[in-house]
Design a protein around this ligand. Structure first.
Ligand code: GLN
Length: 208
């Protein structure tokens, strides 16, 4: 049972963007809506000016990478991530990383968090699985469901990067500054513990 408290009054003006080029952006918006947090899809550079923080969904990083360039988003996304909170989930984490091992598809990572990743390293679609994980979130233990769907492995964690959760002894939820990254999809069930953590930590300050 999650014990984090969120003061909804403080979220009235908050507006979170979800990169809406490809992937599971609708489920993230649904979770934001369930917390009564305003959100919009980001597809064009100017839409980044209208949001306080951004979620990069899971999906297919190669497709997202191509669309990011087609929509002329890359420079502005990277500039946004240098000053504002971004949470990258699964393919979104691949985009945030510093380097992609065996990068056959030539996805160009943003380098916003000092981790290296290997795509689809938890196994192919048929080996997808959901696990209940426990994270240490601001000194409190919280459990949540994590779905690993063609999920990337984190193969190196920079020395300033905090590991918030592990699966089988491997980092799967990491954070540095205003950047949060998870190997897994957190948005597929009803549970919103990590989304509330993201909101509390970066926008409300209750848990800082
Ligand atoms: N393996 C996918 C990729 O490389 C990520 C899978 C996911 O986001 N569920 O983009």
């Amino acid at each position: 049972m999650n014990t984090m408290i969120m003061n909804m009054a403080n979220t009235d003006k908050l507006h979170i963007g979800v990169l809406g080029l490809q992937g599971d952006y609708e489920a993230h918006q649904k979770q934001l809506k369930s917390l009564e947090i305003g959100s919009s899809l980001v597809k064009l550079p100017h839409q980044l000016d209208e949001i306080d923080g951004l979620i990069l969904p899971g999906g297919e990083s190669t497709t997202m990478d191509k669309l990011i360039d087609r929509f002329n988003l890359r420079d502005k996304l990277i500039a946004f991530g240098k000053i504002k909170p971004i949470w990258g989930t699964c393919a979104g984490m691949i985009l945030l990383s510093k380097s992609i091992e065996e990068n056959q598809s030539d996805v160009k990572p943003f380098g916003l968090i000092d981790i290296d990743v290997r795509r689809t390293a938890f196994g192919r679609q048929v080996f997808s699985f959901t696990e209940v994980l426990t994270a240490e979130l601001n000194g409190q233990k919280a459990s949540f469901e994590a779905s690993f769907i063609r999920a990337p492995r984190i193969t190196r964690v920079g020395k300033d990067v905090s590991v918030l959760a592990e699966f089988n002894g491997e980092p799967v939820l990491v954070e540095k500054g205003n950047i949060l990254a998870s190997s897994f999809h957190p948005e597929l069930g009803e549970e919103t513990v990590l989304l509330r953590y993201f909101i509390n930590k970066f926008f409300i300050g209750l848990d800082r």
